[in-house]
Design a binder for this molecule. Structure first.
Ligand code: CDP
Length: 225
């Protein structure tokens, strides 16, 4: 793939610190930030809104093809012109994203859009299959991880900060089932890519995570061969 500017690809499970770290790295480098999870969430929003049968893969692919998803620089998400930035984070919607994310034809649409947005480079792209499927030739490939307890704690705090009341054990259940779905999916499962740098963020604050990623961008080293 010919790239004018580097692509920084970041994968990892929920609560690994991906979104915050990716956004901050993009700000530091003055790169574009691409949150691919927001795209799967956006299509889920539309499917729910249209009362689509979430088990009918053919219809979901049709839906993906006729839907326009836009992510703006100020991190707003639009579906066919409607601002869905807030509702796509609803925990009830989060539970349903996997119906959308497991459909090969839907992923094809999403990946095509992601490659289009990222093709000029100068972008930090985060998700589950970015280092393995979307941009396997990215200059920097990072896999962020953290212990389950730490990820549950972060996710719980995130939900509370967004105004949702959530019990810790509920959050833990949600995280476990999402881990299983994302890792067990037949298509584009969450995996540590060959050549990815694994960063365990359990005992790191966000500034250190960002510094560590920037360090790998500048001085590529230890890799998962
Ligand atoms: O922010 P959080 O880690 O909770 O999730 P997200 O990145 O917004 O992604 C939500 C869901 O979308 C994930 O659990 C995946 O099932 C799916 N997803 C995916 O399949 N592929 C991606 N590249 C990004 C997200």
């Amino acid at each position: 793939m010919s790239q004018r500017e580097p692509i920084i690809a970041i994968d990892g499970p929920a609560g690994s610190g991906k979104s915050t770290a990716s956004r901050l790295v993009a700000e530091k480098l003055d790169y574009l930030y691409l949150d691919t999870g927001a795209m799967y969430r956006a299509l889920t929003w539309k499917a729910i809104r249209e009362n689509s049968d979430l088990t009918n893969e053919k219809n979901l692919v049709e839906l993906a093809k006729k839907t326009t998803i836009k992510l703006t620089k100020d991190r707003k998400v639009f579906v066919d012109g409607t601002d869905v930035t807030v509702p796509i984070r609803d925990p009830e919607l989060t539970k349903r994203v996997y119906y959308i994310a497991r459909v090969p034809g839907v992923r094809e649409c999403m990946v095509a859009l992601q490659r289009e947005i990222g093709k000029a480079g100068g972008v930090v792209v985060e998700g589950r299959d970015i280092t393995t499927v979307v941009f396997p030739d990215a200059k920097t490939k990072i896999y962020l991880d953290a212990s389950v307890a730490e990820r549950v704690g972060r996710r719980h705090k995130e939900l509370k900060d967004r105004g949702y009341s959530a019990e810790v054990d509920e959050v833990e259940k949600e995280l476990h089932s999402r881990d299983e779905e994302d890792r067990g999916r037949k298509i584009a499962p969450l995996r540590i890519a060959k050549n990815a740098v694994v960063i365990d963020t359990t005992h790191m604050d966000i500034d250190r995570v960002v510094e560590t990623i920037l360090d790998h961008v500048k001085h590529p080293k230890a890799r998962n061969e």
